[in-house]
Design a protein. Structure first.
Length: 690
């Protein structure tokens, strides 16, 4: 019985590679008679084609490569005689008509291989494919091959791939990459029980591994799928190879010469497993055609490309494949994007979200979750789904992911606890000062909590600690990065330091968006401080009563959160708050307050002028500082900052936070946008995903 082994150009590209090939041939020869079909050494066919076109540049290097292989494979008399034969073959090639020059590459390589096998003691016979394989005449080809082999008792036959004769008695080729086809013809002619195509990749892969590094071997595929892959551009197999093997019922094995025991593909007749088989691509004129073999998911392919910012020129379905065209410049990113979507899909875990508070931030969050869903799934393997929404009066829950407008009456938290799948996330985007009291119930029901509601944190340290304890006991997470500086990664940075036992020496937080905006805009002699406060109030930048901002209430909440995140048990009464305005202004009605504030203008302008005269700017700073005795001093109030201070340069509602710690001589500074619905939603989203 016969075993047909075909080796490609890179498998025989050097003496080292050829030794590998000969080892594999030796192993197979122990199991049966071998037909060894070989390509020309890599690059040879191209060089011969150039030579035929009058460009002799590659000729001498090519001759030298062959000589070098001979010198390395043979010794003594054999070396001399094989060198002479190679030289003679090169001369013959040079004299041959230009159209026939290209056929010599396989003659060179197989002459070498046959001589080496002979020298190694195998009964070897070189077969002249030009006489046996007749182009477009399979029946005649089969008869020729069977006849040539029948009259010979050799153990190993060596046959050039690619080249053939014509019915008219001339010499021709089977087309670029045609050696695979030669091997299939030999196998079919001899009813071989094994047909092995040895190449430089581990079988047919989900994409070309030279273009897509995550490509992986397809262990088994049907003749039909192999034909689709090959005819749409997968170079690993020459498309015409499939037919003779399929007709003769011979499985095609595609293996890697450089890792024989690694991945391989077996092409045989078994039923096709459903789904996408692989991705092939080919250049056609000035565009690239990509084929998703075995897929009909046009929309999915389109959105995979859209995520990579690619719009195909055309996309359509044809004969059970998705086809699309792109410009050559985006071929590789397109292949990678498609491969990621169709072959690298991680096991996706569903995360259900219950949103409480359906104001600006809640709405923006729901919108953002919808908009980013597929990108987030690709990046993280998590599929986020909003399943519950509540405003202050009503709620709505739909585990299918379409909660709609809140309309249900009753207790949202009780409903969430009863319905939520384990691992769901409850998101507090409310302004409620009491909702935090329900967090332990949520934790106990298996929910995690993400909050943007800082009112929940102006609580005694024990309460804060007990919330964390409840989360821990139930294996839940409790995150609230949004409560300070919106999307700025402030709390995360502080707790990272605390986790690694870095000791915080001081924190300066310039985190009042309202006051940063007002103080930044204020010029003595320009618009009055009162006017700017009123403007900020009208723009919704202040609390309903702006005195809560001017009095430092908002900054106080943030400072409590910051300190506790750093491991400091700070209480509200430990913080010395110096309001921006005199104490008496807090006890009057709002209208009267604005009048008083106008009256306060002169003193405010003077203080500002005095600071500016010394090169300072006034900023509202919350600070925490370690004292010599080992305790902490905390304060909130207006401070004069010099140009070297990061807060000096803040623009608009920007925030800055400066953390000094024991490990480093220089502080950690985080500065950037501290406000905005989009920032808040993005921060919540990241708390969910972290
Ligand atoms: N040597 C030929 C080519 O480069 C045939 C083959 O390698 O299959 O196209
Ligand atoms: Mg090939």
């Amino acid at each position: 019985m016969f075993r047909v082994l075909k080796f490609g150009g890179s498998s025989v590209a050097s003496a080292t590679n050829i030794s590998r090939v000969l080892d594999l041939v030796g192993q197979e020869a122990a199991k049966g008679r071998v037909i060894l079909v070989s390509s020309a050494i890599s690059g040879c066919t191209d060089t011969l084609l150039q030579l035929a076109e009058g460009n002799p540049e590659g000729l001498e290097p090519l001759r030298e490569r062959h000589r070098d292989i001979v010198r390395r494979l043979f010794t003594g008399v054999e070396r001399r005689s094989v060198l002479e034969r190679m030289d003679a073959l090169f001369e013959e090639m040079l004299k041959a008509p230009d159209a026939e020059k290209v056929t010599y590459g396989e003659i060179f390589s197989t002459t070498l291989l046959a001589a080496k096998l002979e020298a190694d003691g195998y009964r070897t016979q070189w077969l002249d494919s030009r006489r046996l394989v007749i182009k477009d005449k399979p029946a005649l080809t089969y008869r020729n091959i069977a006849g040539a082999v029948a009259e010979n008792s050799a153990d190993i036959f060596v046959a050039p791939g690619f080249i053939c004769g014509t019915a008219e008695g001339g010499v021709s080729t089977l087309g670029r990459g045609g050696s695979d086809y030669s091997a299939a013809l030999y196998a079919a002619a001899l009813q071989a029980d094994s047909l092995q195509i040895w190449t430089d990749v581990p079988g047919i892969m989900t994409a070309n591994p030279k273009q897509v590094s995550h490509a992986r071997t397809i262990p088994e595929m049907t003749y039909g799928d192999a034909l689709q892959m090959a005819s749409h551009g997968a170079k690993v197999l020459y498309a015409p190879t499939v037919a003779p093997a399929m007709e003769a019922g011979i499985a095609i094995e595609i293996k890697n010469t450089f890792n024989p025991d690694g991945g391989k593909t077996v092409i045989c007749g078994s039923a096709r497993p459903s789904g996408t088989v692989g991705i092939a691509s080919r250049k056609m004129d000035s565009i690239v055609e990509v084929c998703l073999v075995g897929s009909n998911a046009v929309a999915e392919a389109e959105s995979a490309l859209a995520l990579a910012g690619i719009a195909p020129l055309r996309i359509w379905e044809e004969e059970g494949n998705v086809l699309l065209t792109v410009r050559p410049a985006v071929e590789i990113p397109a292949l990678r994007a498609l491969h990621r979507t169709f072959f690298e899909t991680l096991p996706v875990s569903q995360v259900n979200l219950f949103v409480a508070g359906y104001g600006t931030v809640g709405k923006e969050l729901v919108r953002m979750v919808g908009e980013t869903a597929s990108a987030v799934t690709l990046r993280t393997g998590k599929a986020l789904r909003v399943v519950g929404i509540a405003n202050s009066r009503h709620y709505s829950i739909d585990l299918g992911g379409n909660p709609g407008t809140p309309s249900e009456e009753g207790d949202y938290i009780d409903a969430v606890c009863a319905l939520a799948p384990k691992g769901s996330v409850f998101i507090d985007c409310t302004d409620s000062e009491t909702l935090y009291q329900r967090y332990p119930q949520l934790f106990a029901a298996g929910l995690n909590v993400v909050s943007s509601n800082r009112r929940s944190f102006a609580v005694p340290y024990v309460t804060y600690a007990s919330l964390h304890a409840a989360a821990r006991e139930n294996g839940a997470f409790f995150r609230y990065e949004t409560t300070v500086g919106a999307a700025l990664p402030i709390l995360e940075s502080i707790s990272r330091g605390a986790n690694s036992l870095d000791e915080v020496l001081s924190i300066e937080a310039v985190v009042s968006c309202t006051l940063n905006q007002i103080l930044g805009d204020y010029r003595p002699g320009g618009e009055s401080f009162a006017a700017l406060v009123r403007k900020a109030q009208e723009a919704g930048l202040t609390e309903p009563d702006p005195r809560l901002d001017l009095g430092g209430r908002d900054a106080l909440r943030k400072l409590l959160i910051l300190a506790r995140e750093a491991g400091v048990r700070l209480e509200e009464e430990d913080v010395q708050v110096v309001p921006v305005i005199p104490a008496a202004m807090f006890d009057v009605p709002l209208d009267r307050f604005y009048e008083d504030l106008e009256a306060f203008e002169a003193s405010f302008a003077n203080a500002t002028r005095a600071a500016e005269a010394q090169g300072f700017r006034r900023r509202f700073v919350a600070s925490l500082e370690k004292t010599e005795e080992g305790g902490f001093r905390a304060g909130i109030g207006l401070r004069n900052v010099a140009p070297v201070h990061p807060a000096y340069h803040l623009r608009g509602t920007e925030n800055a936070i400066i953390v000094r710690s024991a490990f480093h001589p220089y502080p950690l500074v985080i500065q950037g946008p501290g406000e905005g619905a989009r920032e808040a939603a993005s921060s919540i989203l990241n708390d969910i995903l972290r």
